[in-house]
Design a protein around this ligand. Structure first.
Ligand code: BG6
Length: 470
């Protein structure tokens, strides 16, 4: 559709950016914090561990002041479960509560709305050692953690996100260091963990509404449309399979409290349906999100699988895609790639926004979107990142087109506010508007520098998305 005129961004549009606790904070065992699975995992060779990261724990004031300088309306960050409750259950760590109180207060001081992710890939190691999400008890453990957060921060935090990328946790836990599957039917165990997370999420959403008047809460999966590699009808069926497995399972559950039928049939076929206890479906139906948060990096492309091929893995975003007899990963010749091999698809962003909105009719907030690159600090203290500006500009243009399509978009939080450690590609894969002066292993002085994209994003925000020029 070629429009004669585009609709503007809403006046109260939430411009901001995101981070996650284990990737940005550092101080990983300081002030009473217990280890999380991220602290005990074997980090990929050649990449930094997570002990210092961007040292946001000690630099949060400076960092939030820089976010305020960019004009952020919202800052999306996550709360580390094991900083608050070191063993996952039981004693609460007052220093952990104090740290997040400080972050929240600092945001409010600068008129930045705190948007809190409750859980971002960092299960307390003590819970993981007991079996993590595979155990039924994990539901109550998470709900207890939610209650502690609501009690302590609910007076000031009115926007909550439940679980970051539950679909990535389920489909590719080994890549992000969260997998804890022991059974002889790994698929069934993965979907049992997923079921426990879904029930926990529904309970946490209901509890949020009960405990914090006026609060809004939503899920934060990674959603990106899957294309069929051709107009062959069989390829279209494959794309529907993968859209259901990768995307709709999670949102159908969060919004409607129902298992997606295609995914259920797929799991039945594999003998991998999760055990559902009496009452679970009622709980799932009772958790009502107020909005949908989602992370978007790129689309995927698939073709029909006749079941005979050896599973071929694609780029990072495509790792979990191939599954003989279900779907076969395919390349998309129409897309360029980042320095790290991730496909770039701004138009796919618009189609993803359209598709989510027409399925669920809830306001949308983009909780991650961005470009990882090898940024360089010049001798005069500059970081020229035109590739990031171009990536973000093209995606913001597509948000405006989606808004013109009638999609209700309430905010945009690119990944990431500041450089941090990537899930599995280390510190050299930088995403931030703010450069952190450290290398993979050399911590240098951790000084902060404004990248070119910092100044650009500031202009975007002040013009409410009207000025996207350099
Ligand atoms: C998302 C995660 O999957 O993508 C973030 O929520 C992550 O935690 C981001 O950092 C980018 O991925 P990566 O692997 O480049 O760090």
């Amino acid at each position: 559709m070629i429009y004669k005129k585009l609709k503007p961004f809403p006046q109260d549009f939430l411009w901001g950016a995101s981070t996650s606790a284990y990737q940005v904070e550092g101080a990983n065992l300081e002030d009473g914090k217990g280890p999380s699975v991220q602290d005990v995992k074997k980090v990929p060779e050649g990449t930094s561990d997570l002990t210092v990261c961007a040292d946001h724990y000690h630099h949060y004031k400076e960092d939030i002041a820089l976010m305020a300088e960019m004009g952020f309306k919202v800052y999306r960050f996550s709360i580390s479960w094991s900083r608050i409750i070191p063993e996952g259950v039981g004693a609460v760590n007052p220093k952990g509560i104090e740290f997040y109180n400080n972050i929240i207060d600092e945001c409010i001081k600068h008129n930045i709305i705190p948007l809190v992710t409750m859980f971002h890939f960092d299960l307390p190691a003590a819970l993981d050692a007991k079996g993590g999400w595979s155990r039924r008890e994990s539901i109550d453990e998470f709900v207890n953690f939610a209650k502690v957060m609501y009690e302590n921060f609910g007076d000031r935090v009115k926007y909550w996100l439940t679980i970051n990328e539950q679909n990535v946790l389920t489909l590719m836990g080994e890549v992000i260091g969260t997998s804890n599957i022991k059974s002889s039917n790994p698929k069934k165990e993965a979907y049992q963990q997923n079921h426990h997370m879904l029930v926990a999420q529904a309970k946490a959403m209901a509890l949020c509404h009960e405990m914090i008047p006026g609060a809004k809460i939503g899920p934060a999966p990674n959603i990106s449309l899957t294309y069929a590699a051709s107009c062959k009808p069989e390829d279209v069926i494959a794309s529907q399979n993968f859209n259901a497995i990768r995307n709709w399972l999670y949102l159908d559950m969060a919004v409607y409290g129902k298992y997606n039928n295609i995914v259920w049939a797929y799991l039945e076929n594999l003998d991998a349906t999760p055990d559902i206890e009496p009452g679970d479906m009622e709980i799932l139906a009772s958790g009502k999100p107020d909005f949908i948060g989602f992370n978007y990096y790129s689309t995927a492309t698939v073709e029909y699988s006749d079941g005979s091929e050896v599973n071929e893995k694609g780029g990072d975003q495509q790792k979990a895609m191939g599954e003989p007899g279900v779907v076969k990963a395919a390349a998309n010749p129409n897309l360029q790639k980042t320095q790290f091999g991730w496909e770039i698809d701004p138009v796919g962003f618009r189609s993803t926004l359209r598709e989510i909105y027409s399925r669920y009719r809830l306001p949308l907030i983009i909780t991650e979107n961005g470009l990882g690159a090898y940024d360089k600090l010049t001798e005069d203290g500059k970081i020229h990142d035109p590739y990031r500006i171009e990536y973000l500009r093209k995606h913001i243009e597509q948000i405006q087109l989606a808004i013109t399509d009638g999609v209700e978009v309430m905010g945009y939080c690119p990944w990431s506010a500041i450089d941090l450690i990537s899930t599995h590609e280390g510190m050299v894969k930088r995403y931030g508007f703010i450069y952190v002066n450290r290398d993979e292993f050399d911590l240098k002085d951790l000084a902060r520098y404004r990248k070119d994209s910092f100044y650009w994003y500031k202009k975007v925000i002040v013009s409410n998305g009207e000025d996207l020029t350099d």
